[in-house]
Design a protein around this ligand. Structure first.
Ligand code: CA
Length: 443
């Protein structure tokens, strides 16, 4: 799965969770009447490439390598012609859509950008699940109720989750990128450190144009090539796009029916179980063994209840035999969540727990559900990138396995933090607090 995030709204606020890099200035307002042509050179007013090497230190991200690749760009595109032909793309289409392209080197400034500060789960939820977004979502679902009804009936995917993806990705279509997808993916296929991944995206985008599913002036999106109200990548389009309104085109930009049908289809193919929810907020007792809170450890709800977990708000769990894993994103100080298989289906849409939790929660709120019951530890300071790196380096120095320190926290770092917490007699909840960093520094 790509680390380069395809999702505009979500990506811009969640960069921290995936280590992805989407610069805030790539978030453009809604599409106006002036849409750049497919082969347009750098637009007047568009910022140019900084001319600097990327921060990753990758040999293909040095300024000299970027310049050399850009000089070779027309040949690079031409070398992709046999692959395009194998996909049934005509030479006429290739000449029209691919041959005239120039690289959009501004994108190279985004590929390696690393957010210095990251957001907590609670900030992320606060930004994405707002009263305004709930109200607008209900309005949009009402307006398109026949489509949501048909989509739910056809795919068995909860309509509120489909609507939540629409809301989180682009605020129901309001916020999209304005970069031509064919040009962005061509640039990334020929310049920089992600060429292998983006070659397929470029060829898939070419297929979309060749087949006429989306018109060139409408196939615009984020710098990483995601487009439309629910931010499909071209390769995801190839796998999951549906002509739900049966007009002969799979229009994942301007047909609400095609967009919602395809989004539901993608969730269904990601393993969505009809008639089930994504998970439950739970109260975790302070004496709980937090080592059990692992994504790989699924138990039945009934078994979790035997460990003392209760549903927040006091209701009974409707299906005690369902299997779930426990997630405690803020450790012992915050709410717990029991995650059902549908949570993983949402994560296949976008592999971030914070993203999936925002989708699940917005869906519940659209349905008329309540806000989470338990407080988040809002007094906790979120560690900066430098501090995260330092925390990993200190853990490694003390013999805990964090892999290669990179400032990104995954399951390995969380597990190392737990081991350290256990050693110093703290509740081993894996939460990277400023206190943990201080205790490491003091050793
Ligand atoms: Ca259609």
């Amino acid at each position: 799965m790509t680390r380069i995030h395809s999702h505009l709204m979500a990506a811009a606020v969640m960069a921290a969770f995936t280590g992805s890099a989407v610069a805030s200035d790539d978030r453009k307002s809604s599409i106006t009447g002036t849409i750049p042509r497919t082969s347009a050179p750098v637009q007047p007013g568009d910022k140019e490439w900084s001319g600097e090497s990327g921060g990753s230190g990758h040999p293909q991200m040095t300024a000299a390598a970027i310049r050399a690749a850009a000089a070779h760009f027309p040949q690079c595109i031409e070398q992709l012609w046999p692959l395009a032909a194998r996909r049934g793309i005509s030479r006429a289409s290739f000449n029209a859509h691919a041959a005239p392209l120039t690289p959009d080197l501004r994108i190279m400034d985004f590929v390696d950008s690393q957010p210095e500060f990251t957001r907590s789960f609670w900030d992320y939820l606060d930004i994405l699940v707002t009263d305004a977004r709930i109200a607008k979502g209900r309005e949009m679902m009402e307006k398109h109720s026949a489509i949501f009804e048909a989509v739910e009936r056809t795919y068995g995917v909860d309509r509120y989750v489909v609507a939540a993806i629409w809301g989180v990705e682009t605020n129901y279509g309001d916020i999209r990128g304005d970069r031509p997808v064919i040009r962005s993916t061509a640039t990334l296929a020929c310049v920089g450190r992600r060429q292998n991944y983006f070659r397929d995206e470029f060829l898939s985008a070419l297929e979309i144009l060749h087949r006429g599913d989306v018109k060139p002036d409408r196939l615009v999106g984020s710098w990483a090539g995601a487009f439309g109200p629910t931010q499909f990548m071209p390769s995801a389009f190839k796998r999951d796009a549906i002509d739900f309104d049966r007009d002969g085109r799979r229009d994942l930009v301007d047909s609400v029916a095609d967009v919602m049908g395809s989004t539901a289809n993608k969730l269904k193919r990601g393993g969505w179980n009809a008639g089930e929810t994504w998970g439950y907020e739970v109260v975790v007792p302070a004496t709980f063994d937090f080592l059990l809170a692992e994504r790989g450890r699924t138990l039945t709800i009934r078994e979790w209840e035997q460990y003392g977990l209760k549903r927040a708000g006091g209701q009974a769990f409707p299906r005690p035999d369902d299997r779930a894993y426990l997630m405690v994103p803020a450790g012992v100080q915050g709410p717990g969540f029991l995650m059902l298989p549908n949570f993983r289906a949402i994560m296949r849409y976008n592999p971030s727990e914070a993203y999936a939790l925002a989708i699940g929660h917005l869906a519940d709120r659209l349905r008329g559900g309540d806000a989470f019951v338990q407080e988040w530890p809002r007094y906790e300071r979120v560690l900066s990138r430098a501090e995260r790196l330092e925390l990993q380096q200190l853990l490694a120095r003390h013999g805990f396995d964090v892999g290669e320190p990179d400032g990104r926290f995954g399951a390995r770092t969380r597990s190392a933090i737990r081991d350290f917490q256990a050693r110093i007699g703290q509740v081993p909840d894996g939460f990277a607090s400023a206190v943990v960093l201080d205790r490491l520094r003091a050793r």
